[in-house]
Design a protein around this ligand. Structure first.
Ligand SMILES: NC(=O)c1ccc[n+]([C@@H]2O[C@H](COP(=O)([O-])OP(=O)(O)OC[C@H]3O[C@@H](n4cnc5c(N)ncnc54)[C@H](OP(=O)(O)O)[C@@H]3O)[C@@H](O)[C@H]2O)c1
Length: 269
């Protein structure tokens, strides 16, 4: 009888992962953990200098990595990313669609057409286009894709309603793609991070707000990028081969406390 954890330790060994937005924050934590487990990693971001530093850190720790500079708003970007991965490593096993921005902060009522379409598109199309290019590039059976959404996708948010609508759409696409790619042995899932201590969420938690926001989280602390990276590795790993079309919320239990920020509900003084 086979051992349940057979092959678990070397699952990532010799495999190749593409992670967008991997120069900082959650993406950087993901590539760090994947490299330690033996995967070669393709890091993306807009700043080659920052990418080179991250690649060097991974290589110094014994890992294998390349940095591919590119902006997800560039229509050529998906082909460039997949092409660079294929020419360096000759295969793609994992795709983590992580990079995201929001072109609008404020009420949905105040959002103009351009900021609206830019925000919705940037949270959906790059992920779809990269998946299309990766499939065309020959994702093997046993591959996995993880799309980074947000716990806000299921919430009303006072200043990020357009961004969270983009994340809701990303989750819907995740469900459909899981159906389209499942028969090929490829899983597609999403993760909803809560408040993670990165630059992107800085306005919510930096400075004295951290204590107030932490008190609203049942686990009494904000998330660390590694909290999300651990969940990504689970979804890419051998123990999640029947997890497909799922959304994993990783937020310390914050979702069950309500949607408003500490500042808004008066906890923050
Ligand atoms: N932090 C949170 O609390 C939180 C909560 C919910 C969901 N999320 C989601 O988690 C993901 C990662 O966020 P994070 O907090 O780790 O953000 P972050 O620390 O700000 O890092 C963002 C990464 O994306 C890259 N990036 C930004 N714009 C890009 C573009 N146009 N093209 C290519 N790369 C780009 C950045 O590098 P460059 O700037 O050098 O390009 C950086 O590597 C996002 O999808 C975000 O929506 C985060």
């Amino acid at each position: 009888m086979g051992h349940v954890s057979e092959g678990v330790d070397d699952w990532f060994e010799g495999k190749v992962a593409i992670v967008t937005g991997a120069s900082r924050g959650i993406g950087r934590a993901v590539v760090g953990k994947l490299a330690v487990r033996g995967a070669s990693v393709v890091l993306n971001g807009r700043d080659q200098v920052v990418l080179d530093l991250a690649v060097k850190e991974i290589e110094d720790a014994g890992g294998s990595a390349i940095g591919v500079q590119g902006d997800f708003a560039d229509p050529e970007f998906p082909e460039k990313l997949i092409g660079a991965c294929q020419s360096e490593f000759g295969r793609i096993d994992f795709v983590v669609n992580n990079a995201a921005t929001s072109a609008h902060s404020g009420r949905v009522l105040d959002c103009g057409r351009e900021a609206f379409s830019k925000t919705i598109l940037s949270n959906t199309w790059p992920a779809v286009a990269i998946i299309q290019a990766a499939v065309a590039g020959g994702l093997p059976e046993g591959s996995s894709i993880v799309n980074i959404s947000s716990a806000g996708a299921q919430r009303v948010h006072e200043t990020a309603g357009v961004y969270t609508a983009g994340k809701s759409a990303l989750e819907s696409l995740t469900f459909t793609l899981s159906r389209e790619l499942g028969p090929r042995g490829v899983t597609v899932n999403a993760i909803e991070p809560g408040i993670i201590k990165t630059d992107l969420a800085g306005a919510i938690w930096k400075g004295e707000r951290e204590a107030a926001e932490s008190r609203l989280i049942p686990m009494q602390r904000l998330g660390d990028p590694s909290d999300i990276a651990n969940a990504v590795l689970y979804l890419l790993g051998p123990d999640a081969r029947w997890v497909n079309g799922s959304v994993l919320r990783i937020d310390g239990g914050r979702f069950h406390v309500g949607g408003e920020s500490a500042h808004k509900i008066g906890v923050f003084q």
